[in-house]
Design a protein around this ligand. Structure first.
Ligand SMILES: [Zn+2]
Length: 451
């Protein structure tokens, strides 16, 4: 059989037949490397397999028994707790606090009586132990190991049979049957495959830590996303003290759920009320600020959208967007110009979600438009007002889901007015004065007396 080599992007895992300088899928430069093909196993021509048992659709399956960590923010992101025999990937930038989070998680599960093993391929056991001391976790019965040889690790896990095994990180693991360097796409994929198979066969929950990589030297966590049951990303800005654990895929629970943590001297602390945190350091009412009542997963979260608009000296003015989808922002700017006659040409635009949260809901459109207009017109939006609603290309405002939950959260945090699209569905306004608007032109006229 002819063995052909293939080329794979180390960031997103896309396969190519030829080498190229740029990955078309993710746009990364110099991220494509040559990979030896994975063995397809012995060819079993002629040999017969054994029949597998089949069941019908009516067979009732009991819901999985979940183990709670006692950390509510973590349990929520996992879909209600840890499912046995599941494989979980925790990705994030290096140094963001993944090891701290997982050591705390292991200690919490161990205190609940689960047998936990923490395998570090990055640090020696003494370093992990020192971190545990600093975090005050030494009383928890977590077994530590420092190893990168996957064959030895699997033998140990098979003998110990823990309920939870944490592998920190998948990029340091290597299988002696794969001829490639640790961290390469083939090694990372093969190691993840072995661990996931082991999790399913032996009923062990396995957490794989994956560092997000920017260059093509080491394969990133995205190349193993499709193999695992649950994919969590740990996000946050280095300058900010809070961190967000976000479920982007979960076979056992809702995706898009978030857990909010605060980085403190004693490790990561849970933030049970994120809205209060994200709005805590709000300045005096200033032009360019709008409060968005959003939904993250199953719960409402209020955030402040900040905009700055200034005359530009550049031929193509700046559009700097942090925490929002830049394509979405361009669309809103175009709708403001085409439907309301408010141009942003010749103006630099800076947009930002305060606190470092990432907002991907289209429901944020109205708050983004509000912040942009407020900055441009130099008129402050009332500080006790929340905004939400999707903007269509025609300039019409479209109602969004969970209006009532958004209003309730705003009321709980002391807001007294809300601006929402017409035909929004809600039973009670939770004590808020709710203004319903049909389109963006009406919104501009009402709020800024123009348009
Ligand atoms: Zn790519």
């Amino acid at each position: 059989m002819k063995q052909t080599t293939s080329f794979t992007c180390t960031v997103c895992g896309t396969a190519y037949r030829k080498w190229a300088g740029k990955c078309d899928a993710c746009g990364g430069w110099n991220t494509i490397v040559e990979e030896a093909p994975l063995s397809t196993g012995p060819r079993s021509l002629g040999a017969k397999g054994r029949p597998i048992p089949l069941s019908d659709l009516a067979t009732e399956e009991a819901p999985p028994v979940r183990a709670s960590s006692g950390l509510e923010e973590l349990d929520r992101v996992l879909g209600g707790g840890l499912v046995p025999a599941s494989a979980i990937l925790v990705g994030g930038d290096p140094g963001i606090g993944k090891s701290t989070l997982l050591l705390q998680a292991a200690a919490s599960f161990a205190r609940k009586g689960l047998k936990c093993i923490y395998i570090s391929g990055e640090e020696a056991s003494t370093q992990v132990r020192m971190r545990a001391q600093r975090l005050g976790l030494t009383d928890a019965r977590v077994a530590l190991g420092a190893e990168t040889n996957l064959r030895d690790i699997l033998t140990t896990l098979d003998a110990e049979r823990p309920a939870l095994a944490i592998i920190d990180s998948i990029q340091t693991m290597w299988l002696d049957s794969v001829e490639a360097a640790p961290g390469s796409v083939s090694q990372v994929r093969a190691a993840a495959h072995e661990l996931v198979t082991f999790a399913k066969r032996r009923g062990v929950a396995i957490v794989l830590v994956g560092h997000v990589t920017k260059d093509g030297q080491i394969a990133g966590p995205r190349v193993v996303e499709h193999m695992v049951d649950t994919v969590l990303y740990f996000e946050g800005e280095r300058g900010h003290q809070f961190r967000i654990l976000r479920a982007v895929k979960n076979r056992f629970g809702p995706a898009d759920e978030i857990g909010v943590f605060e980085m403190t001297g004693g490790g990561l602390a849970e933030v049970p009320n994120p809205s209060a945190l994200f709005l805590a350091n709000r300045d005096q009412p200033a032009p360019g600020s709008a409060v968005f009542a959003g939904i993250e997963g199953t719960r409402p979260v209020l955030t402040e959208i900040q905009a700055l608009v200034a005359p530009s000296t550049l031929a193509s003015p700046r559009r700097t967007v942090v925490g929002l989808d830049p394509g979405r922002v361009s669309t809103i700017l175009a709708v403001l110009e085409a439907r309301c006659g408010i141009p942003f040409a010749g103006l630099d635009v800076f947009l930002n979600v305060a606190g470092g949260l990432r907002v991907s809901e289209p429901a944020a459109d109205l708050a983004v438009a509000g912040a942009l207009l407020s900055a441009r017109e130099d008129v402050a939006i009332p500080p006790d007002m929340v905004l939400f609603g999707e903007i269509s290309l025609s300039g019409a405002l479209r109602p969004v889901g969970q209006t009532e939950n958004r209003l309730k959260e705003a009321s709980k945090l002391g807001f007294s007015q809300a601006t929402v699209p017409s035909h929004s569905k809600f039973e009670g306004a939770a004590g808020l004065t709710v203004r319903q608007m049909a389109d963006l032109t009406a919104f501009v006229g009402e709020m800024f007396g123009a348009g």
